[in-house]
Design a protein around this ligand. Structure first.
Ligand code: CA
Length: 659
């Protein structure tokens, strides 16, 4: 067996799977009234020793060897409920003991160094067993949020001790909500997509609160991050507070999408590597680690036990934390087979399509996949299950310009020749045009900004004014940048009128800036945090986004996720440079307020006159460059509606007998 360990072609083989693949789904420490069982998978270990501790730092009070079972599994059982006991393992390979925490741990101590046994029922906050996922809404409108960004600002209204923490979401329940939560609830989004909140390594959980990281550096996949908890040393606290956060969001009718990072780990010296050396990482032919993630190591998705690990982890978060969706970081490093398997497993347990599943359909670099594996990249969209979605970088770039080349504009900020692209984006690229073919717009996530790259505001300033001149937060942006505000509204108007799911970066609706920082993954919290006073400063823009969100939910022609939804989009026209228009068949079995929509995007510097049919009889303007979700009769102007420079316009024909 020894020589087999170094032969990497053995790991993905049928021979390996026949002997060692374990599908029990019960690895880790299971703990309840009936006792505690420890199970690890380590097929080549010569010996595995469990060590138990009273806390995260003291000497072990008990050491005992696990018993070797079939299929590379080792096991040890105790009749007691060991909730709150900390543990790690010594794994002996080639005569050498290596200490490791449990890669399957569901709880851990400070900085994730030791695992903790958890009877998870004892970690539920009051009422958690009655917590339910919010009902599915007309549309998925997702708000990308970092837990620390949300409430670090004193203006968030959150008490100091809870700022930047899970607890911030649960403050003031039943009473008056703090400003940040009030804004979030009032905005009308259906989901938050929370940036990594599994346990990551780059923030010292015993250190200062002023540390910051996005968290794309997994340490313990099945444990919540400790720096967002009020006490990182007691392994139960982070679990309870994370659940409280999700429960509080659910009470407000908001679902929680978890940002998951199964493509790489913080370091290749991970618990997975220590438990089964060489198995969980991809290697190049020369034996070096592959680096498709640009983070130094790629998880060997495509090997049975790596895939099982990820499936088990996703199901765990959905079951235990009632998570409503998953956003896969660098999904292109994973396989179509695995993503489809996760889709099927989630559907089986929670109902078809009930849990959102989407990811980044790209990778940083090439990565040597196992033979026969198909990477979960955009160009393989046809092979995805319909319920596996992905971010539409094509839509993003067409609207606002290239994400890396700061000065390259898109449709709304001066880019030329993008009319056709923009019209393709409206159908979620279902009419072709981008070298890939989604099965339906259900697969498409439309957006113009996320945590990566410039904020929308900064990108617009850079392309329209050449440089970011403001160097402090107090500048009155709004009076100096009317043109930027108009472009921002048009950008939002466009993606809110594209078919597919919608996603926005938190603060996009109030001119969020990072002062030109395009990769703030470890910048100060002051650069990253949401500045809640801007909600007022940018009040008109906030109202515009709110209006778009309200309006979108009432437009079945745009919310339709069926494979044939794209045929609702008709009469696509390029009306001039930077001006396009189209119609939407907005009828629905439930009865829509407007049976037909006419939409114009005018990114040009001149006003454009749109002609509505029948002299505008029965038509009303539903949105323009200044207001979204308005309702102005179009008859007075005989159906000629002026669409101002750099603005969008939507008109709807009332459905007969509908008010
Ligand atoms: Ca951590």
């Amino acid at each position: 067996m020894r020589e087999k360990m170094t032969d990497l072609s053995f790991f993905p083989s049928e021979m390996f799977d026949k002997k060692f693949r374990y599908d029990g789904g019960d690895l880790g420490a299971q703990c309840g009234q009936e006792g505690t069982s420890f199970k690890v998978w380590s097929p080549f270990a010569e010996e595995v020793t469990l060590r138990l501790y009273r806390d995260g730092s003291s000497e072990s009070f008990l050491e005992r060897q696990l018993e070797r079972k079939d299929r590379g599994v080792w096991e040890l059982e105790f009749p007691e409920n060991l909730h709150g006991v900390y543990y790690d393992y010594l794994v002996r390979n080639e005569g050498k003991d290596v200490r490791t925490a449990d890669p399957y741990a569901v709880a851990c101590g400070c900085n994730g160094v030791r695992s903790m046994v958890a009877d998870l029922r004892l970690t539920d906050p009051p009422g958690f067993e009655a917590d339910r996922r919010p009902d599915q809404k007309e549309e998925n409108i997702i708000y990308e949020l970092h837990i620390k960004d949300f409430s670090y600002d004193a203006e968030s209204g959150v008490p100091r001790e809870y700022r930047g923490k899970y607890k911030a979401f649960a403050v003031g329940e039943g009473q008056e909500l703090p400003a940040c939560m009030r804004h979030l609830v009032g905005l009308g989004v259906t989901h938050v997509q929370l940036m990594p909140f599994f346990d990551y390594a780059s923030v010292d959980e015993s250190g200062e609160d002023s540390q910051f990281n996005w968290g794309y550096d997994p340490l313990n996949y099945n444990v919540p991050e400790g720096s967002y908890a009020t006490d990182a040393t007691d392994g139960a606290v982070r679990i309870r507070e994370c659940k409280e956060m999700i429960q509080a969001l659910h009470r407000q009718g908001i679902g929680v999408v978890m940002d998951v990072v199964y493509n790489h780990t913080y370091s290749e010296d991970s618990w997975l590597e220590r438990m089964v050396p060489g198995y969980y990482y991809r290697h190049n032919e020369d034996g070096s680690l592959s680096n498709g993630s640009a983070c130094g190591n790629d998880i060997a998705v495509g090997r049975s036990m790596a895939d099982n690990y990820i499936v088990d982890s996703v199901l765990f978060w959905a079951r235990e934390y009632h998570v409503d969706g998953f956003r896969f970081d660098l999904m292109g490093l994973l396989t179509v087979e695995l993503m489809n398997r996760i889709r099927r497993e989630l559907d089986k347990e929670f109902g078809a399509g009930r849990i959102l599943l989407y990811g980044e359909p790209w990778r940083a670099e090439e990565s040597p996949m196992e033979a026969g594996s198909i990477p979960a990249l955009k160009q393989n969209a046809e092979l995805f299950e319909d319920g596996v979605g992905f971010f539409s970088d094509d839509t993003r770039d067409a609207i606002k310009g290239h994400v890396f080349q700061s000065k390259v504009p898109g449709f709304v900020n001066g880019g030329a020749g993008l009319e056709t692209q923009i019209l393709h984006a409206v159908t979620g690229w279902r009419d072709g045009g981008a070298g890939f073919m989604p099965k339906s717009c259900r697969q498409i996530v439309n957006y113009v900004s996320v945590h990566d790259n410039f904020t929308l505001w900064d990108k617009l300033i850079l392309t329209m004014h050449g440089e970011l001149r403001q160097r402090c937060w107090e500048v009155d942006f709004t009076s100096r940048f009317e043109d930027v505000l108009a472009a921002n509204r048009l950008a939002a108007f466009i993606y809110f009128t594209c078919q597919g799911n919608l996603l926005m970066q938190a603060g996009e609706e109030f001119g969020r800036t990072k002062l030109g920082e395009d990769n703030s993954y470890r910048s100060a919290p002051e650069i990253n945090m949401l500045r809640w006073s801007q909600v007022e400063d940018f009040g008109d823009l906030v109202e515009y986004y709110k209006g778009l969100i309200r309006l979108r939910k009432r437009l079945p022609g745009l919310c339709d996720k069926s494979p044939s939804a794209f045929v609702r989009i008709t009469d696509q026209k390029i009306c001039g440079e930077g001006i396009v228009s189209f119609r939407v068949d907005n009828r629905s079995a439930q009865g829509a307020e407007w049976e037909e929509l006419q939409i114009v995007y005018n990114a040009s510097g001149k006003a454009f006159t749109a002609e509505l049919p029948d002299g505008g009889r029965n038509w009303e303007v539903l949105a323009d460059g200044g207001e979204a979700d308005c309702r102005r009769p179009a008859e007075g102007s005989k159906g000629a509606v002026e669409v101002g420079a750099c603005s969008g316009m939507m008109a709807g024909r009332r459905t007969p007998n509908k008010k």
